[in-house]
Structure formats: C-alpha cells, structure tokens
Design a protein around this ligand. Structure first.
Ligand code: GLY
Ligand code: MN
Ligand code: MN
Length: 441
C-alpha cells in the first residue's frame, strides 16, 4: 500500500476549496468494472478524485464543503474495513486510515452516503457535481438537489444550481506543478527507454505481440502500473490504422514498425510516445522520403510549442510542412492554403497534431474557447505527433492525384511529449532517438 505525497494533495484541496467559495462539491471515485464472469479489469481511479485525494480504492466519494468552517471541509466516504473481504480482495484503509493517512476531516462508510449527504450539502450556495458520469451517485445528488430547490423556493435557503467541477479542476490540472513535472519526467523517461529497447531488440523479434510484451514487461520492471493506454504495435500497413491494437501480425524486414506506447506510473502520470523504425534496419527510398517529411514537420511544430503560442498554431506549422512535402512528391496538388482550408489532405493525415498530457493521456483542459485559442503557458505538457498514413482506405478527394502503389502501406507517426518552457520547448521524451542516422542499423 502506497501512501502518496500527502502535502501535494492537501495543497490542491486548499486551492480547490478557495475556488469553490461557498459551494459544495461531490467528487466520486471510480468503481471496479467487470471484464468477464466475476473478474474485473485492473482498478483505475477517477482522475479528478485522485488529483484531490490520492486515495486509490474503488467505491469512494469525496466532499469538498467550502461553506463549512475549517476542519469540516474534506469528507471521505470509503469502504469500511472488513476482515473477510480483505482476505479475498486485499487491504483497505477503512475509515481510520482515510482520516489518519489521507487527512480527511471526517470519514464515513460509503454505505451511509445517502443518509448523511443532505446534511453535509445544506447551506451551500451551489452544488458542484459532474452530471452524466456517475449514475449511482447522481441519483442521490439529484434527489437532494430537488429537495433543496423546493425548500429554496419556500424559505430562500438551498442550492439553486449544479455546476460541473471541470470548470475549476480542468484549469488546475492543465498547468503542472513542479511535483507533477517531475512525475511526468519519470513516466516519459521510462516510456522513452522502452522505445529504445524496441529498436535494440527488433532484429530478434518475429511478431508485433513480442514487441508489445517487451514494452509492457519493461514498464512493469521499472515499477510502473503498466501501459497508459492500449499499446499500438503496428507493422507495415497496420500503421495506417490509427488505433491499431490487435498487435498480432508477423514482422517483415522490408516494413516499418510504428510503436505508440507509454507507461502509467503508480500515481497515474503518463507518457505517450510514438516512434517508427525500419524493421530490417534500413529505410527504403519511399519510406525515407515520407519519414523525412514527418520528422521535419514534427521538429518545426515542436519549435513552435513555446509560451504564448497555441495548440492550433502548433498544428498548422506541422500541417503546412506535411502538405508541402506531399506536394513535392506528387501525392497532393494545388495551392497549400486551399488544400488545408478544404481538408484535401485528410486521406493522408486525418488527426490533429497533439493533445494535453497528464493524469489522463488525452488530458483535460480547453484548447480554445470559441474563437479564442488558449495560449501555451509554462507548466503545460502537450504531445506533438504529426504523421502520414498512405493506404486505400479513404478515397482520394476529387482533383487530388491517385496514389502510386509504391507509397501504399507506409504509415509513419513521430510523437514527443513537450513541457512548455519560455522560449525553449523542453522535449521530455528526447532520449527516444528519432534521427534517421540514429535509428538505421
Ligand atoms: N496514444 C494515443 C495518442 O497518441 O493520442
Ligand atoms: Mn498522443
Ligand atoms: Mn500516442
């Protein structure tokens, strides 16, 4: 049983409670999810619940009561201790542990939530709860809310609205503290080392599944929980399937191997890295041409990921270079601006160039607010991951050139994790090599 760094969570709760200013937040944890028969998927805590509590057990609910005096503001509902259940399913902190180790002002059994919640919520101006995500808890919260609405219409006291916690938490989670940056560095470093291991071992591997085993075994060996998402190990044309996770094809020397994999640490911080390497050690002429275009796009997009820029600008820097490169080799034709404005490149590049990265792989936080692009700030972490995927799957748009057979089956993505840092983007995943001279053998 790991006790996380408790001061970090206390500090976050303090910030959250200050933002709440008279409101009461109900933040549920995750439940176990059935896989088959009576077996469950490995437990994965809800990211917002984790961010505020560091408590890693299923069936828990946290309350943040900014309308209450200090010492009554952080309440945890958890599974009570039960010797028999612990014999079957392992250690639980129980009410005492929730108070002593996790610093709840008061802990209760989760079985008492329905009875105790009305009293805790009374006196709050507004309720903070995420509608549509936690059906069991939502039923209880809505019942209390409707009673409060009724009483507020009669006696003028009680919450009159429900707002989403994301309004506060997304903004907090988007900027990583020094503590979080260090955790991210560790997750990304382990992930980068796994990619290096793939390249060093590729010549002795025969199947995509062996590469998956190598990567995920390495994550566990390094003390991570496991993969942050289903590892993508895609050889040849499989790489043109963006979320390919079957990972069961034979490796062919003349193909490329695209690996998109990252680990998740025990406190849920994640890496997300993609490398594409020649299985036989040398790029073919066509593979090399496409790789060089993607690499050029990626390096320039990374350069643009600095304070004051924004994620749309990063995307457009990559997009312009990809389109120009594809025009040069006859896979696109026309005016670059027209191609981009009309999406005439989307049969070859069909995703955005990156996303926020943190406790969630596609982490929370706004990219834009209507027409306003959210500017990059120090402490944000984003991925930069352009690619080119050449196959028959998406029809060539009218007016664009047919694809010569020699290009088909080439799928390349290069993905790094970037900490925004004044003028110089900090490439957290840089130890996973990507220059052609470094990855050919
Ligand atoms: N591995 C998921 C992504 O790159 O977004
Ligand atoms: Mn990504
Ligand atoms: Mn990825």
């Amino acid at each position: 049983m790991l006790i996380p760094n408790i001061e970090v969570f206390q500090e976050r709760r303090e910030t959250f409670l200050n933002k709440l200013d008279g409101k009461a937040a109900i933040i549920p944890g995750a439940n176990l999810v059935r896989h088959h028969a009576d077996c469950e998927y490995p437990f994965r805590q809800d990211s917002n619940f984790w961010y505020l509590t560091g408590f890693d057990e299923p069936d828990s609910v946290a309350l943040f009561l900014s309308h209450r005096p200090r010492g009554e503001r952080f309440i945890l509902f958890v599974s009570p201790k039960d010797v028999i259940s612990e014999v079957w399913n392992g250690f639980k902190w129980g009410l005492e542990g929730a108070e002593k180790e996790f610093k709840a002002d008061k802990a209760h059994s989760i079985n008492d939530l329905k009875d105790l919640l009305p009293n805790y919520l009374s006196g709050a101006d507004e309720l903070i709860f995420s509608i549509g995500k936690y059906p069991k808890i939502e039923k209880i919260v809505l019942e209390i809310f409707s009673q409060q609405l009724e009483s507020s219409s009669r006696i003028g006291v009680g919450a009159k609205s429900i707002k989403s916690p994301e309004v506060y938490l997304n903004e907090m989670r988007l900027i990583k503290s020094d503590f979080e940056v260090n955790r991210m560095r560790e997750a990304i470093q382990i992930s980068a080392e796994a990619h290096e291991l793939v390249r060093e071992s590729i010549s002795s591997k025969k199947n995509e599944r062996q590469i998956q085993g190598l990567i995920e075994g390495f994550f566990l060996e390094k003390g991570a929980r496991g993969p942050a998402y289903n590892s993508i190990v895609a050889s040849g044309d499989n790489a043109c399937i963006l979320h390919y996770t079957s990972n069961n094809s034979k490796l062919k020397k003349e193909d490329l191997l695209l690996v998109d994999a990252g680990c998740s640490l025990h406190d849920y911080y994640n890496g997300d890295i993609t490398r594409t390497i020649p299985i036989g050690g040398k790029f073919s002429k066509e593979q090399k041409i496409i790789y060089e275009i993607v690499l050029e796009a990626q390096k320039n997009a990374i350069k643009s990921a600095v304070k004051g820029s924004d994620s749309n600008r990063v995307h457009y820097v990559a997009l312009e270079i990809l389109v120009e490169g594809l025009k040069d080799i006859g896979l696109l034709r026309g005016n670059t601006e027209d191609i981009i404005d009309n999406g005439l490149y989307k049969h070859l590049y069909m995703h955005r160039t990156g996303h926020w990265l943190g406790l969630d792989v596609h982490d929370v936080g706004a990219y834009r607010m209507g027409d306003y692009e959210v500017p990059l700030k120090n402490g944000m972490i984003l991925t930069v991951e352009p690619g080119i995927y050449i196959s028959d799957r998406i029809p060539v748009p009218a007016g664009q050139p047919c694809i010569d057979e020699k290009w088909k089956g080439i799928g390349i993505r290069i993905e790094d994790d970037i900490l925004v840092h004044d003028e110089h983007p900090d490439i957290l995943s840089k130890s996973a090599l990507k220059e052609i001279s470094d990855i050919e053998f």
